[in-house]
Design a protein around this ligand. Structure first.
Ligand code: IDP
Ligand code: MG
Length: 140
């Protein structure tokens, strides 16, 4: 059993894809154990994406992530990190396999609908960035 952080980015919320995306998670044995809507400040977005602070797209990325509300979730399941990334598809929706979340819903690499942690250490950091232990609900 593994946990991963998922975010439906501002474009996914704005386009009313919350239900569609959560349905795909639940249909594929990824269960939400925590979730909240939040509108990140620029500083909060910069802290979340600190690993990318030297990248040329950092300013646009953090402007976008702080442009509107997101749905931030912790998903639990077998191999949850990889399972979530497989469901999302490639970072650039133009390269994402048909039937993936980004292929079906995203417009561009800048507006690519969803975030998913990429490894156990980043998942631990990202879950702790948004949630405390009491907010993670064990599913029975
Ligand atoms: P990921 O979201 O698939 O894990 P990362 O490489 O971690 O991809 O990049 C974080 C986010 O930054 C991406 O989801 C995307 O929105 C944005 N991004 C990544 N690479 C580029 C790029 O080359 N140009 C513009 N935006 C990018
Ligand atoms: Mg990433």
């Amino acid at each position: 059993m593994e946990r991963t952080l998922s975010i439906i980015k501002p474009d996914g919320v704005k386009k009313n894809f919350i239900g569609e995306i959560i349905k795909r998670f639940e249909s594929n044995n990824l269960r939400p154990v925590a979730m909240k809507m939040m509108h990140m400040s620029k500083r909060e977005a910069e802290g979340f994406y600190a690993v990318h602070s030297e990248r040329p797209f950092f300013k646009d990325l953090t402007d976008f992530m702080s442009s509107g509300p997101c749905l931030v979730m912790v998903l639990e399941g077998d191999n949850a990190i990889k399972a979530n990334r497989d469901l999302m598809g490639a970072t650039n929706p133009a390269d994402a396999a048909p039937g993936t979340i980004r292929a079906d819903f995203a417009d561009s690499i800048d507006n690519n609908i969803a975030h998913g942690s990429d490894a156990p250490d980043t998942a631990a950091f990202e879950i702790g960035y948004f949630f405390n232990g009491l907010e993670l609900c064990d599913r029975v």
